[in-house]
Design a protein around this ligand. Structure first.
Ligand code: MLT
Length: 240
């Protein structure tokens, strides 16, 4: 098995059609989607632009649609939910349809949509996503969303957690250099993930917006079994 890691969605130049791809935007888009799927959402439609989301919700008509997402981490006026995982309770999302747009995360998912299998990863479902990825193939690419086109430390740390779970399932794997770096980072900080991220750009931005509770929530490891999977424009649980 081979594991490659890409620091941003824009840095993927190769054809990923033969790969199992795991997209990671741990703060906060993929953590939100894992939470929503864990809490029973029917499906999620990821779109790039705010206007597209509004049009899509209109087309879906009466299907109990929730408009969800953020721009530069802030809520979008008139949307039902922001990008805080704490809002995605079972009471709020069970049996609902979400149309979601975020600054980086949904765009990264759409860029990777030609992957043979496309899964969403986070700390919340690190072991579960590793397990489903392993069941689905030998060549695994983890694609970090990054933040505004730049490397984001939180995504790399989370990728290291997922790589450590993949190695527990099969220790005999080729890791590219960035995958090795992410694993070393995770192994060095796994007892104190917050220390690894202290001072990092996206964490500081979320802190400045008063989103400390979201950070704390997104850094919980292996507390969910949901593994969102993108197929034909729609995200659902892999086991659905
Ligand atoms: C994104 O998709 O850019 C993010 O998840 C940003 C955020 O933390 O809201």
């Amino acid at each position: 098995m081979a594991i490659e890691l890409y620091a941003t969605a824009g840095s993927v130049e190769k054809d990923l059609r033969n790969h199992v791809v795991i997209v990671v935007d741990v703060l906060r888009a993929t953590s939100v989607m894992v939470t929503a799927v864990e809490h029973g959402v029917r499906f999620i439609i990821p779109v790039s632009e705010v206007e597209e989301a509004v049009d899509m919700a209109r087309q879906l008509g009466n299907q109990r649609v929730l408009l969800c997402g953020e721009r530069q981490a802030k809520p979008i006026p008139e949307f039902h939910l922001s990008n805080s995982p704490l809002e995605y309770t079972p009471e709020m999302v069970a049996d609902r349809v979400m149309v979601m747009t975020t600054t980086n995360g949904t765009r990264a998912i759409l860029r990777a949509k030609d992957a043979r299998v496309l899964l969403l990863g986070s700390f919340l479902n690190a072991s579960a996503v590793a397990h489903v990825a392993r069941e689905n193939g030998e060549n695994i690419a983890i694609v970090c969303a990054g933040t505004n086109g730049k490397f984001s430390l939180d995504d790399i740390l989370c990728s290291g957690a997922i790589i450590s779970r993949l190695l527990e399932l099969d220790g005999n794997q080729y890791l590219d250099d960035l995958a090795r770096t992410a694993l070393t980072l995770y192994d060095s900080y796994k007892d104190d993930l917050r220390a690894a991220l202290a001072g990092s750009a996206h964490v500081e931005r979320l802190r400045s917006l008063g989103m400390e509770d979201d950070i704390r929530f997104c850094l919980q490891e292996d507390v969910m079994d949901a593994v969102p999977c993108y197929v034909d424009g729609v995200i659902r649980d892999s086991y659905a």
